[in-house]
Design a protein around this ligand. Structure first.
Ligand code: PLP
Ligand code: COI
Length: 366
């Protein structure tokens, strides 16, 4: 008997495009792009795809940006069955628009979906949804220094049902928002509040998934941080090992050339972190992914073994940590050159100013 080799492919989705006839005027657009901040202004369109147990992924659309009709019993509103992603589109000097490692975001969204009992969006659909939003809203990708169009794919349970089980009807959307620096002061060292009272995630919980509840549970600690004059919170786990910040990963640079970052089942596997660590390895640094306790951090800084600490994520890129603040103490953190030099190398690749040796970029507008 002969066997026939087959390759499973996903049929391309044909998006229905409904153009926004009240799209921003060139003047309004220019005003919005001048100083966009982070996450406050949105483009003219959004993408959505429906999913149901019976119909699978269907009805892919591009439509005007606007409120989403939702039944008050939609289970996301009650049980928070929701996931999201964060990824940016960058304008290069020749006007073309590129994104960074979208295969990684697509795979992470699938992993988050598995953990949250949501359907896995095929990677092809994820990437196509980014292309669709750029096709209609490409003019919203800013060209100023360190500016980008932040893309926010998200998925939620929309079935109207109050029983506690995985929803049988789900919606996937992509919205887009022009972005400048995540921290209002631009790229300057940030102050971090050590949360001793609250944790973000626990063993066997959802910390590894990019799901709204993790962020909701970080907000009280974040308010505490803001009240203490800090920009972000660092969370510890039950063993007092460092996990991550509310919205970014953390990396430690040692005097002897090692770079250490927490390994844990309950933190988000950052794509920025992975990329930065790859660039550091390319330069000859030795990268260690392992648990690191808060005591090792504080003692390492005190003894001079730790020479830099920085935060990294899509929104924050790479930001040096300038101060660790906790109940009754404030410890300045050593500042070095590495964080900013890795930030420069990464952004040079993202903005097309340096060779993309790892093949991380994907052009979205062609
Ligand atoms: N950790 C948390 C909790 C985050 O929200 C983010 C941002 O997405 C990260 C880490 C960094 O992930 P990435 O570099 O993929 O954006
Ligand atoms: C991102 O960096 O994409 C995030 O999701 C972090 C969020 C706090 C803005």
């Amino acid at each position: 008997m002969t066997t026939i080799d087959t390759e499973e492919t996903v049929a391309p989705l044909g998006f229905l495009v409904m153009k926004n006839l009240q799209a921003a005027s060139p003047e309004k657009l220019a005003e919005a792009l001048e100083n966009p901040g982070f996450g406050v202004v949105f483009t003219d369109h959004m993408v959505d795809i429906c999913w149901s147990v019976k119909g699978g992924w269907h009805r892919p659309r591009v439509q005007p940006y606007g409120p989403i009709p939702l039944d008050p019993a939609a289970s996301v509103l009650h049980y928070a069955q929701e996931i999201f992603e964060g990824i940016k589109a960058y304008r290069h000097a020749d006007g073309s628009i590129h994104t960074f490692r979208p295969d990684r975001n697509a795979a992470r969204m699938q992993a988050s979906a598995r953990r949250m009992s949501l359907p896995e969006l095929p990677a092809e659909y994820f990437i196509q949804s980014l292309r669709e939003i750029i096709a209609v809203d490409g003019r919203w990708v800013p060209s100023g220094e360190d500016q980008s169009l932040y893309l926010r794919p998200f998925m939620f349970a929309k079935e109207a049902f109050l029983g506690v089980r995985a929803a049988q009807k789900v919606a996937y959307y992509v919205i887009a928002s022009p972005a400048g620096a995540y921290f209002s002061g631009g790229v300057k060292p940030v102050r971090i509040w050590l949360s001793e009272e609250y944790s973000r995630a626990g063993k066997g919980g959802t910390g590894k998934a990019k799901t709204g509840g993790n962020y909701a549970s970080s907000l009280l600690a974040q308010s505490e941080a803001t009240a203490k004059g800090c920009d972000q919170v660092v969370f510890l786990n039950e063993e007092r090992n460092v996990e991550e910040l509310g919205g970014m990963n953390v990396v430690f640079v040692y005097k002897d050339g090692r770079i250490v970052t927490p390994e844990s089942d309950s933190i988000l596997e950052g794509i920025t972190r992975d990329s930065i660590l790859q660039l550091a390895e390319d330069r000859g640094y030795k990268v260690e992914k392992r648990p690191i306790s808060i005591d090792e951090w504080r003692e390492g800084v005190a003894s001079g073994d730790i020479v830099e600490v920085f935060a990294c994520g899509t929104a924050a890129v790479v930001t040096p940590i300038g101060s660790l603040v906790g109940e009754g103490f404030e410890e300045p953190q050593p500042l070095g050159e590495l964080a900013l030099s890795l930030r420069e190398e990464l952004t040079d690749i993202q903005y097309g100013r340096r060779e993309d040796k790892h093949n991380w970029l994907l052009r979205l507008d062609a």
